[in-house]
Write a protein that binds this ligand. Structure first.
Ligand code: MG
Length: 169
């Protein structure tokens, strides 16, 4: 069995991972409207990753005999009017997610749940990669500025990203 306070922290985080999936879907739509297909692909991979993150916690809670509580997913709001501003929002969002995963880890430490800490180690490492990957695109967008040709070159690069189902835990 899993501690109730930790179960609550996991259920809250499951909701936030599904919200991330929904937010990135909204961003994918934003780039579809701009016809930047490489960015569309990048967000499509992001959507699939967030779904996998949420399901990793759903399956874990189930394995531990916990009670999964699926909650309403907030309406996603894309902040920003340019690709650069949207990516600034992505980075802010990932930094927020990192802080929430750290919170779940705090609870796991508090109740001395070593198995949960082991799982959460994976999520913490994943957040380092998420922030680095977003930061990389953001740095390129800052270099690009108003250069439309360079933006199209970045779009081509982002078209190459592929989704690999993560092995969580
Ligand atoms: Mg995530």
């Amino acid at each position: 069995m899993i501690d109730e306070k930790l179960q609550e922290a996991f259920n809250d985080q499951i909701n936030k991972e599904f919200y991330s999936e929904y937010l990135y879907l909204a961003m994918k739509v934003y780039f579809q409207e701009l016809n930047l297909q490489g960015f569309v692909n990048w967000f499509d991979v992001q959507v699939q990753e967030e779904h996998a993150h949420a399901m990793g916690m759903v399956n874990y809670l189930n394995d531990r005999g916990g009670k999964i509580d699926l909650r309403a997913i907030e309406k996603p709001v894309v902040e920003g009017n340019t690709p650069l501003e949207v990516f600034e929002h992505v980075l802010r969002h990932e930094e927020y997610v990192t802080s929430r995963i750290n919170h779940v880890m705090d609870v796991a430490e508090e109740v001395k749940d070593r198995a949960a800490m082991h799982l959460l180690d994976w999520y913490i490492k994943e957040q380092v990669e998420e922030e680095a990957s977003v930061g990389g695109v953001l740095a390129t967008l800052r270099l690009i500025g108003d250069d439309k040709k360079a933006l199209l070159m970045l779009d081509k690069d982002l078209a190459a990203r592929t989704f690999t189902a993560p092995v969580i835990g």
